[in-house]
Write a protein that binds this ligand. Structure first.
Ligand SMILES: Nc1ncnc2c1ncn2[C@@H]1O[C@H](COP(=O)(O)OP(=O)(O)OP(=O)(O)O)[C@@H](O)[C@H]1O
Length: 293
């Protein structure tokens, strides 16, 4: 017997579909909220994002989705500074304009240059682009969004923690760290209208590791699983009573996070996860104008 209607196919398990960063709304979609709707952060008119969480909570994997969404838009320059100095970011090396594994001299040079370029772009936005605020320009009339990622940012932002392992005077290294912190803070304080955005990522979110001038100017916050209320507060600030807490995320749920929303509320979410190999394949596809699957 033939059926007059098409046989209904078995529903596929829902898959996360990588979306490019939406440059008009400034939206980066990275996973799902508790109710199953898409989770995103809005970076429009923002200059900083704080990302905190204990080791292994999913910060680097979460940043993978964010970085891929940004790169897929074709509208960003990526400047990646890995304070840990391992292989965590190797997958993104081919996509990055700047890529530095923990080398304090190179980090110093790069971040001071970025701060200088930010100042000169700010001073010439109207003359060069006809509008003083990057975010008010149509995306095709903008310069690239300069995205600076400082992973394990406590390596530089907490000069007291800087030590020397090669006989170099500690004071010299601490002075470099202080300059790096000053330039990063200035980028977050003043870079918004020039299209500069800095991600400060740390597994040690304390007031020493996230200087208040920098943290308070970061409009978007992501807190993965964390073990103390102080650390949660250092990332998310004071949330209204009844807000979800990153302390409640079980260790068995890496990629679970609380995100601060721009209305002052917070939401529990889960980041999508892809492997480093898939991320590298996606980077290659984007660079070669091939579809990302
Ligand atoms: N969204 C996710 N879904 C499922 N598993 C995940 C997710 N995110 C991370 N994981 C798992 O957790 C592991 C640790 O994640 P990740 O390396 O991102 O942690 P981290 O917070 O960056 O750690 P560290 O601070 O030590 O670098 C990953 O290798 C992966 O196995």
């Amino acid at each position: 017997m033939r059926f007059p209607w098409k046989h209904q196919q078995k529903p596929e398990p829902s898959k996360f579909r990588l979306l490019p960063f939406d440059p008009v709304a400034g939206r980066i979609t990275f996973g799902l909220l508790e109710d199953g709707s898409p989770a995103s952060i809005i970076i429009r008119n923002q200059s900083g994002v704080v990302v905190g969480g204990r080791p292994g909570s999913g910060k680097t994997a979460g940043m993978m989705i964010i970085v891929l969404a940004l790169y897929l838009s074709g509208q960003v320059n990526l400047h990646i500074i890995d304070g840990k100095g391992g292989d965590d970011w190797t997958w993104a090396e081919n996509a990055a304009t700047t890529f530095i594994r923990d080398d304090i001299d190179l980090v110093h040079e790069a971040i001071l240059n970025l701060n200088r370029d930010m100042k000169s772009r700010t001073a010439s936005m109207r003359a060069n682009y006809g509008e003083s605020n990057f975010w008010n320009l149509p995306p095709d009339k903008r310069p690239p969004l300069e995205v600076i990622i400082v992973d394990e940012c406590q390596t530089y932002f907490d000069p007291k923690g800087v030590t020397s392992d090669d006989g170099r005077p500690v004071k010299e290294l601490r002075d470099l760290a202080q300059d790096i912190t000053g330039a990063a803070t200035n980028i977050v304080r003043k870079g918004r209208s020039a299209g500069y955005l800095l991600f400060a990522i740390t597994q040690k979110p304390t007031t020493d590791c996230l200087p208040s001038q920098l943290r308070d100017n970061c409009g978007a916050r992501i807190c993965f699983q964390i073990s103390t209320p102080e650390a949660a507060r250092a990332v998310l600030g004071n949330l209204p009573d009844g807000s979800p807490s990153p302390l409640d995320i079980p260790t068995s749920r890496p990629g679970g996070a609380v995100i601060g929303l721009d209305n002052g509320q917070a939401a529990m979410c889960r980041f999508a996860y892809i492997s480093e190999n898939d991320a590298m394949t996606a980077i290659d596809a984007i660079a070669n104008n091939k579809p990302v699957v």
